[in-house]
Design a protein around this ligand. Structure first.
Ligand SMILES: [Zn+2]
Length: 669
């Protein structure tokens, strides 16, 4: 409709009589006047909807003006905020339930005009208008749907056919194989037949549902006695990647069912069930459009936009699951010339050909091109960490704490020197382990394969549990002692006095050693380093009176000063980082700045955290900002009254973090 022409219609030619009865009926809120006009060469029914209260207050401008032609309708709304166009039907103008029930025509002639214009059999007034508008609404929706379906059909046009050998691939690489046999009591199975090579084979013995290897084709098989097996149904998902353009690939989700009913030959059901379009427009991050297959005769195309509706987030829905095996035979060709040409997807998949989400990999690769290097170096678990996160749920957030995604060289990306790469390759660390390795390197501790393997087997992830003992002993000695102690003090039931996990025991050991240092024990004596009963020794060194504690803590912090200074001190932009010299200094810092750092003295002594001071370079003695470091990361930075530091200090901290805290780990040697 011609909105400009419609806007010129401001009100009816008639004048409303405020003394008319409709304005005083309680149940009526809106009064409607009508006219039929010729607007821009079209016969148009115009409805003026007045707010009763506003008319009685002297305002004679209609709140809504509804324009209704034979083909279209539109409403113009006027209120305090100005004028707006509405596409909604008359009955939902105000978004109230049954709006027309609150309206009344100004006169009988107004109602007649509407009934005559709309020409709906057996319907009068508002109902006939509603009937006509609903008919037009349905038409409009249908046209809209058709338009979007045409667009989808157009999108699907360039999609090629699936690879010819897809069926063979699914059968060979994604579905289990069987040897079916006839069971004979006391004798070798008869008529054994392998589904992988489809040959009769000879097996001397077989156990129903037992695993084995086909003597002919060497495939892994499961033995199934024909008498007991019943129907077997297997299903799998395969993802096929195809190139759709210079900056676009399609991931096609192919589902398959394979059934062994009465015979030994399977019946297949292979169908494509979703398509994911991944594309990139210049310089923008990758975009993904999902479509799922849903056959409906009324539709132009079976493809629907979006993700397949599932039943709920916590129930598995095979049809809606994208994860699957990857059809890898075409990858070089299909990815050539696309942004994913060097994504090393094939190498990554072939290292562990099990179901995965390929779309995640392709998405993350464009964010983190370093994936290529990681995969080529066979650091597969780090690649997995970047794309999917670690097994313990920790995710890669792109900060430099574990990997530096903007690094240009290997050393920069991994944060270790080149000479340590072979070590990483033997360990194949995840994100958490690499972090641990770097903490060890920064402490100048030599890397040891057995130690790292032991850590990952016993989930020891806290660097200080290793760095503290390794100051005084070799990794080999540490492992031997820890294994012995854990065997002796393992806690199995609640009444035992011991340790549930190695991690917990290592925490006590570190604690014990820290206290020994604080108490000025001889750290070279193996009598001190390796007590017979760790638990008892730990309790003994912690059993002190207040004066002894204060003295011990002070001694320890003073001893740590040089070490921390060497590791963390930094001066730039008019600020500096310095380490505390005594426990008194930490307590004074807390008192001066009115925050709670004084309570951390114990944790500092036991290497649970590190407290450092940021001072203005012009006033290096004056408390200003306090930082707590835990597991190699800043956990808090506080100024006066527990406040957050101002922007310039935050910038300084960021710089310090990148240049000192996350700096590539280099050994002193
Ligand atoms: Zn075979």
């Amino acid at each position: 409709m011609d909105k400009r022409a419609l806007r010129k219609i401001s009100g009816p030619n008639r004048k409303l009589n405020c003394r008319s009865g409709v304005f005083y009926a309680e149940q009526i809120q809106y009064v409607v006047c009508t006219e039929v006009k010729n607007i821009a060469h079209r016969r148009t029914l115009v409805l003026y909807v007045y707010d009763k209260e506003r008319v009685l207050a002297g305002d004679s401008i209609p709140k809504w003006t509804v324009f209704q032609s034979k083909e279209e309708y539109i409403a113009l709304c006027r209120d305090e905020e100005g004028t707006r166009w509405h596409q909604s039907m008359f009955n939902s103008l105000n978004r109230e339930y049954c709006f027309s029930g609150k309206c009344s025509f100004y006169s009988y002639a107004d109602e007649e005009r509407v009934t005559r214009f709309c020409q709906k059999a057996n319907l009068k007034g508002f109902n006939s208008l509603d009937g006509l508008q609903y008919e037009l609404f349905c038409k409009r929706q249908k046209a809209r749907r058709l338009k979007s379906q045409k667009k989808i059909a157009e999108r699907m046009k360039p999609v090629k056919s699936l690879p010819r050998d897809i069926k063979g691939f699914i059968f060979r690489e994604t579905l289990p194989h069987y040897i079916f046999y006839d069971y004979v009591k006391g004798k070798a199975p008869r008529n054994a037949c392998c589904t992988a090579c489809r040959h009769e084979v000879f097996v001397t013995e077989a156990k129903h549902n037992g695993k084995g290897i086909c003597p002919r084709c060497k495939s892994d098989v499961i033995y199934k006695s024909r008498g007991r097996r019943g129907n077997i149904v297997d299903r799998s998902t395969v993802q096929v990647i195809q190139r759709a353009g210079e900056n676009e690939v399609i991931i096609r989700i192919v589902k398959s069912y394979c059934r062994y009913c009465k015979s030994d030959t399977p019946k297949y059901d292979i169908y494509e069930n979703a398509r994911l379009f991944l594309f990139r427009e210049d310089g923008k991050p990758v975009k993904q459009e999902d479509y799922y297959y849903c056959y409906d005769r009324k539709q132009l195309t079976p493809w629907h936009k979006g993700k397949r509706p599932g039943f709920g987030a916590w129930s598995y829905n095979f049809e809606a699951d994208y994860s699957g095996y990857l059809y890898h035979r075409n990858l070089e060709n299909e990815l050539k010339g696309t942004p994913w040409q060097y994504s090393a997807l094939k190498e990554y998949y072939m290292a562990d050909p099990t179901p995965l989400y390929v779309d995640r990999y392709l998405n993350e690769y464009l964010h983190y091109p370093m994936l290529e290097y990681l995969v080529k170096l066979k650091l597969f678990r780090l690649a997995t960490y970047v794309v999917y996160g670690d097994a313990d749920g920790s995710k890669f957030y792109g900060n430099n704490e574990v990997l530096n995604s903007s690094g240009k060289t290997l050393t920069e990306i991994l944060g270790v020197e080149k000479k340590h790469v072979p070590f990483l390759q033997t360990i194949n660390p995840g994100g958490k382990q690499l972090k641990l390795i770097k903490s060890l390197l920064r402490e100048g501790i030599e890397l040891d394969v057995d130690l790292l393997k032991w850590c990952s087997e016993n989930s020891v992830g806290n660097a200080e549990y290793l760095t503290v003992p390794l100051r005084y002993m070799t990794p080999h000695r540490l492992l031997r002692y820890a294994t012995e102690q854990f065997a002796a003090h393992r806690k199995i039931s609640n009444t035992d006095n011991g340790y549930y996990s190695v991690n917990y025991m290592m925490s006590d050991y570190k604690d014990y050693l820290c206290m020994c240092m604080a108490l000025d024990h001889d750290m070279k004596s193996s009598f001190v380093l390796f007590p017979n009963d760790l638990k008892a020794a730990h309790d003994r060194v912690n059993d002190l009176n207040q004066a002894e504690i204060t003295e011990a803590y002070d001694r320890r912090i003073a001893k740590m000063f040089n070490e921390l200074q060497e590791r963390y001190s930094f001066k730039k932009m008019g600020f500096m980082v310095i380490a505390p010299r005594s426990s008194k200094e930490i307590i004074r810092e807390g008192d001066k700045l009115h925050h709670c750092v004084g309570r951390y003295v114990k944790d500092v002594v036991k290497d649970n955290c590190t407290i450092l001071f940021i001072r203005k370079a012009s006033a290096p003695k004056e408390p200003f900002c306090t930082v707590e470091i835990k597991h190699g990361d800043i956990v808090q930075a506080r100024i006066q009254n527990n406040g957050s530091p101002p922007p310039e200090v935050q910038r300084f901290i960021e710089l310090w973090k990148q240049q000192v805290l996350y700096a590539p780990a280099t050994t002193a040697a």
